[in-house]
Design a protein around this ligand. Structure first.
Ligand code: 3PG
Length: 215
């Protein structure tokens, strides 16, 4: 269910919120730009409260990112997170999510990590940090032996290069902070968030149309 909406949206905004008061205006700006998905990272003390505010909005799919510990996982689930993202692979966190019945997308960058994810029964992983781990060429190469796996490349992805990832059939969606950068959020530049989100969604549509035409 989470993966279906993430795939249809094509882009996962990765958000760092300094204050839970930023959560509602930011989600409004993303929704106005056509993005109903948000990953709030556990990098600030405001994460759990922000997630609980956003979980109230039925239009949104709210996830928790940068989940490193079981304590953060518990806080994320209690706050209402509907998917969990980790920067690296942790069998402990993966199993905790599976026990709770919540989708988890661990970060992987190597064949070994993908194989560990497969052994846990996962079908979707985050490819992180995408830009410095070989970019689209690495996703393409890893997709040959791991043809059953779908990827969410994140880290160094932006408007200019998202198409390079989205044209790969194994890419479920791309993730990134470019439409919700800390600078934009700190400045309360929500119109800009909406404009960047609109552009990202348009690029997703364009990339997928081209993939369809080429196939
Ligand atoms: C992160 O962990 O911060 C995300 O992967 C986003 O990366 P980005 O800022 O390069 O988009």
């Amino acid at each position: 269910m989470a993966a279906t909406l993430i795939e249809s949206t094509g882009v996962v905004p990765v958000v760092v919120l300094e204050s839970a008061s930023q959560a509602a205006p930011l989600s409004k700006a993303l929704l106005a730009g056509g993005i109903p998905v948000i990953e709030v990272t556990f990098r600030t003390a405001a994460a759990a409260e922000s997630i609980s505010i956003l979980a109230e909005d039925a239009r949104l799919l709210i996830g928790a990112g940068t989940v490193l510990t079981e304590r953060q996982l518990d806080a994320a689930l209690e706050a209402g997170a509907r998917f969990i993202v980790t920067p690296g692979f942790s069998a402990r966190i993966v199993r905790g999510c599976q026990a709770a019945g919540v989708p988890v997308y661990p970060g992987v960058a190597t064949g070994t990590e993908i194989q560990l994810a497969l052994e846990e029964g996962l079908e979707v992983v985050k490819f992180f940090p995408a830009g410095t781990s070989g970019g689209p060429a690495a996703v393409k190469a890893l997709s040959a032996p791991f043809s059953m796996m779908r990827f969410i490349p994140t880290g160094g992805v932006g408007q200019a290069n998202m198409d390079d990832y989205l044209r790969l059939p194994s890419v479920l969606a791309v993730g990134g902070s470019w439409m919700v950068s800390p600078e934009l959020v700190a400045a309360g530049a929500y119109d800009e968030v909406t404009a960047l989100s609109t552009a990202a969604v348009e690029q997703v549509t364009h990339s997928r149309r081209r993939v369809k035409e080429d196939s």
